[in-house]
Design a protein around this ligand. Sequence first.
Ligand code: ZN
Ligand code: ZN
Length: 148
Amino acid sequence: MQSYSTKQRKLLLSYLAAHADEELAADVISRDLSHEGVSVSAVYRNLAALEADGKIQKVTKSGTRRAFYRFSDAAECRRHIHLYCTECGKTYHADVPTTDYVADRIESASGFEVDRSKTVIRGVCRECGKAADTTANAKKTVNNGSGT
Ligand SMILES: [Zn+2]
Ligand SMILES: [Zn+2]
């Protein structure tokens, strides 16, 4: 049974890695992983173990009793400025050239050493911006539709 539980843990870890820096509800994780054959109890057991090891952080939100978890790839996070979308709540990593450019500017201008893993710039991500544009365009062109 060892290999079976190791496999489930690996699937969970790769899922978390694919969603790095996102706040994931435990029930959503287990729902997504149930398609991969990972049991709900395995998800909860492994989340608790990973939290105890300090590999993931448990996030509590006011107004809900759901458990949220956040996985950060520490090595990756140290290299990137973080972009937080206030629309969908996702965190993105700015690409390395952008991060280096901004951090170098700040450091050379003010001598302030930037801890990249702690940086968060708030705004609206490309997906959410696009969705807003689509809605606006749909409204604009709603009278131009000629049917088929
Ligand atoms: Zn990060
Ligand atoms: Zn967004």
